[in-house]
Each structure stands twice: as C-alpha cells, then as structure tokens.
Write a protein that binds this ligand. Structure first.
Ligand code: PDD
Length: 285
C-alpha cells in the first residue's frame, strides 16, 4: 500500500514526497523527532509528546513548525488518510534547508516538518509473551540524550551488533551503570519487589511511556526507586523490562547470556504491561 505522508505543508503519496538535499536534518542530523503510538485510530499520550517536542526544540533553538493544535490536526489527518488502526506516527522537525554551513542558518529559515505512519501490532506481539534478550554495549552517544535528536547512528550500530550476537536489543552502559536501551528506557524489579529505574538527567531520554508507567506503578502500590543500576544488579534482579512508544512495557528475560529471574516474563512486568495498555486505550485522543 502506498502511504500518504506529510512533507512541509502537503499530504503526498510516499513515492512522490521529497525533501531538499540541503535540509539540515539530512546533512547535519540537525533535527528532532517524536514517535506517538496509535491504538484504535487514536493517539496515545499526545500532549506529553508535544511537551517533550517543545523542550527538544527549545534546547536546540529550533523553530516550532506549527502550533500544537495544528500538529494534532496533521497527526489525525494522517491517521485517517492511512486508515491506521494500530501503529505509530513518526514526526520530524528540522532546522530547514540552507547552504551547507556548520553555522546555523538565519533564524527566519523555515523549519522542515515531515510525518509518516507505520502499521504495527502494539498490543499483541510475540516479544511481550516471550520477553527479549539483551546484550550490553558501551554507551558512546553524545552527552545530551535527553534531547530527542535524529542522531541515531550509534543506537542503530548497537542494535545491529546485538542481533549479530543473537540477542534482540542492547542496553547501553556508561561508568558501570545502565543508561537505557537503544530506543527504550530500561527498568528492573529487585529482590524486594521494588521497581528501580534511572532518575532523569541529560544521560537518558525522558521517556513518555516511562513516565506513564511510573504513575501507574505508584497508583498500584508498586514501590519505585529512582536511581542508576549496574548490569550486575540487573542480572541479579527478579524482573527486567523496557518501555517505549513502540514496545509499551516489554519483558527482558536475559542479559548478556544470564537469565533474569527464572528466565520468563515476571508478574510485575506483565501487570504493568496490562495496565499500561488499558490506560493508553482509555486516554488516547
Ligand atoms: N524511541 N530512550 C531512547 C533512546 C529512545 O529512542 C526512546 C524512544 C525511549 C522511549 O521513549 P518513549 O517512551 O517516549 O517512546 C527511550 C522511539 C520509540 C523510536 O526511536 O522509535
């Protein structure tokens, strides 16, 4: 099926859409993005994604491409034109097209705006039942991972290396502690039944799914500790899992060849996935 995508003000068939070769997103990875999940044709946690987009834009001095209401309208129109029932909307904002120069272009350069949809089974997927296997890889990304930039080469390399080693994904490790997954946040449940997740800083992306999951954990009386954890602590944990807009809450059952807990998805992870999906369905717009 030929999708309809959105490029700089117009909806176009994907095979006719184009962006300038001088777009700074293309030349300098000078761009930020958001991925919003769609359930039953409705957007999950849209407001939170917009709040993070605003923050990413302001941290980099990028211009807002449109108002929040306009962006919501574009998201909805794209979901409707593509008949998307379940999947993702990808949105990218760039510093626009300008002669190639390391210096930022003039402030009045129009920002670039691209959106497309991707069909995906988010609720029912094999990995949620079996769990995923993780290998650890050094975190060699830049120091502002809280900004959702499109500089995704290193995470792509890490995920490809994980697959090459027979695993599903990688957890990135820096100074002896886990930062996050290649495209998700990392969490464990320790022997005391406490959910341990890294506190927010420049070291990790402030995941929208992480925030929603933590709210639900607290509402359901699951104790939470916000702090870093080492790979050894994760391997000795009772449960481990990841969160993201595409994985929701997905169990991790093996880390560097060692089973986590009994090597099957744990009860707290399963419960969190279930209540996260219920809440996402209930609040999607
Ligand atoms: N990735 N950490 C990183 C490095 C990520 O790229 C992502 C999201 C997350 C989770 O954030 P959220 O819960 O807001 O999706 C954490 C998206 C899904 C992607 O690149 O496809």
């Amino acid at each position: 099926m030929v999708r309809t995508v959105y490029v700089n003000g117009a909806f176009r068939p994907e095979n006719e859409a184009c962006v300038s070769v001088f777009d700074r997103g293309f030349l300098f990875a000078d761009a930020v993005y958001e991925v919003t999940s769609v359930l039953s044709g409705r957007l999950v946690d849209f407001k939170a994604h917009m709040a993070r987009l605003r923050r990413s834009l302001s941290e980099l001095g990028l211009r807002k491409p449109a108002s929040e209401d306009e962006l919501l309208a574009i998201h909805r129109e794209l979901v409707s034109r593509n008949d998307l029932d379940e999947g993702l909307v990808y949105m990218q904002v760039t510093r626009g097209a300008a002669d190639r120069d390391f210096l930022f272009p003039p402030d009045d350069t129009p920002p670039g705006l691209v959106l497309f949809t991707q069909t995906s089974n988010l609720r029912v997927r094999p990995q949620a039942e079996t769990g995923i296997r993780i290998v650890s890889i050094p975190d060699l990304r830049w120091q502002r991972r809280d900004i959702k930039t499109v500089q995704l080469l290193y995470p792509s390399m890490a995920k490809t290396e994980a697959k090459r080693r027979g695993a599903d994904d990688a957890w990135l490790v820096e100074d002896g502690v886990v930062t996050e997954g290649t495209s998700n946040n990392a969490h464990i449940v320790n022997a005391e039944g406490t959910l341990v997740t890294r506190d927010l800083s420049h070291a990790i992306l402030h995941g929208i799914t992480r925030a929603a999951m933590l709210r639900l954990a607290e509402e359901n009386d699951i104790p939470v500790e916000l702090r870093s954890f080492s790979l050894e602590e994760a391997q000795a944990a009772r449960e481990a899992f990841i969160t993201s807009a595409s994985a929701f809450v997905t169990p991790v059952v093996e880390i560097d060849g060692r089973p986590v807990g009994d090597g099957t998805p744990g009860p707290i992870t399963r419960k969190l996935r279930q209540i996260y999906i219920a809440e996402a369905e209930r609040t999607a717009i």
